[in-house]
Design a protein around this ligand. Structure first.
Ligand code: FAD
Ligand code: EPU
Length: 338
């Protein structure tokens, strides 16, 4: 039964633990709930915000509108030769879904272990970690169109995936609610240990022929050592994207900073490690009021207890200014600012 709550705290619903209120809040467990919600006059009058786990948002003020939390569950799989097509409800917790795949020996998402949030948000910024992005295993998704109330299917080429980008963050922002995602996984694992830290961790464990469970365990171990756990210290993972710059711009940066951490991209550009840039500006582990950067990862901004969203946002402005004046590079926020 659809239940719309009024004037509720969003603190339990965002991993930054920012204490703001929403005028209205509804949790959605099925497509039928979504239809019912959009038949309700209230939804037509309100500004809308869709959330899953709230682990990539920063609330800088109360939300004057209706927050819709997607909790549609269910996982189904279908084998077709070596391909396994797995469809998961948008509200499945991402890491529960990853663990389900590992238990069944469905390969492809093990490098994405322990990313917070939901399955439905995974295509929004094309989540990525440790050498794999969502786009590498994405088959299709279904989404509810807010304007028409119809469910539409988006195939890979419809989604325009890029580094932390998709059509859902760009042209179609705010227009569709993802209800399920179908992944193309494999019964024949292609183990990906291209990310140096995974190799090192497997070597430490003396594992020569890793299984997908070994890769998942190594990735989880690395993540826990670097990233703060949102259940104890509020954060939304990397606050900024790693900047991607042209080669001629890079030539200028590297001439002045020969040890700058960088990687080539497939489209012949250069990606810089934002965490390194921020650390070089002296920000790693800095505490400023109730906010700051994480001691083991300067790219992660944290809430030390009672930070407001504006405090975190203003701090992020200071970091942007400082990186710009030191390196001439402009950082772009990865987290969705509200
Ligand atoms: P939310 O924060 O609830 O929403 C994020 C955006 O997606 C919002 O714009 C929202 O409106 C939209 N949205 C959410 N659900 C839907 C839906 N069903 N339909 C339409 N729009 C929707 N990200 C990475 O890519 N790689 C990482 O390695 C990584 N590590 C992290 C580590 C930590 C400790 C934390 C806290 C975050 C990390 N993140 C990482 C960011 C975050 O986990 C991902 O962005 C994740 O996909 C967010 O899922 P969510 O359900 O919490 O989305
Ligand atoms: N570095 C520093 N100082 C720091 C942080 C990093 O010098 O404080 C250096 C590291 O030594 C390393 C390089 O920067 O040489 C890259 O660091 P790391 O491997 O930790 O990865 P990242 O580029 O900082 C990205 C993603 C993460 C993802 C990891 C692993 C972005 C914006 N972030 O971080 O995603 O988990 O790679 O693949 O692309 C997220 O999106 O929220 C997120 C956590």
């Amino acid at each position: 039964m659809l239940h719309i709550q009024e004037n509720i705290s969003l603190k339990p619903y965002n991993s930054f633990s920012i204490d703001v209120k929403a005028d209205y809040f509804a949790e959605i467990f099925s497509e039928a709930d979504l239809k019912a919600l959009f038949e309700n006059e209230l939804s037509k009058l309100q500004k809308l915000l869709i959330i899953g786990g709230g682990s990539n948002v920063l609330f800088t003020q109360d939300y004057l509108g209706l927050v819709i939390k997607i909790s549609i569950k269910g996982i189904e799989s279908k084998a077709d030769g070596d391909n396994i097509f797995v469809t998961a409800g948008a509200g499945e917790v991402w890491n529960d879904f990853v663990n389900y795949c590992i238990e069944k020996n469905f390969a492809g998402v093990e490098n994405l272990s322990l990313i917070p949030g939901t399955v439905g948000a995974s295509p929004i910024q094309n989540i990525g970690a440790y050498g794999v992005e969502l786009k590498d295993v994405f088959e299709s998704c279904t989404a509810f169109e807010i304007k028409t109330g119809e469910i539409k299917t988006f195939n890979f080429s419809d989604c325009h995936f890029g580094y932390r980008e998709s059509i859902f963050k760009a042209e179609l922002k705010g227009q569709f609610i993802i209800t399920s995602v179908t992944f193309r996984l494999s019964a024949q694992p292609k183990i990906n240990t291209s990310y140096g830290a995974i190799k090192v961790e497997l070597q430490k464990r003396a594992i020569e022929n890793p299984t997908i469970a070994d890769v998942s365990s190594a990735v989880s171990h690395i993540r826990v050592s670097k990233l703060p756990d949102p259940s104890t210290i509020g954060n939304a993972g990397s606050f900024f994207k790693n900047p991607v710059i042209e080669k001629y711009e890079f030539a200028d940066v590297v001439a002045r900073h020969p040890d700058v951490v960088h990687y080539p991209t497939p489209d012949n550009k250069i990606k810089l490690a934002a965490g390194w840039l921020i650390e070089q500006c002296g920000w790693r582990g800095k505490v400023v009021g109730q906010t700051g950067t994480w001691k083991n990862q300067a790219l992660v901004l944290v809430n030390h207890g009672n930070a407001t969203g504006s405090e975190v946002y203003n701090f992020s402005e200071q970091i942007i200014d400082s990186v710009k004046s030191t390196f001439g590079v402009t950082l772009e926020r990865e987290v969705n600012i509200l």
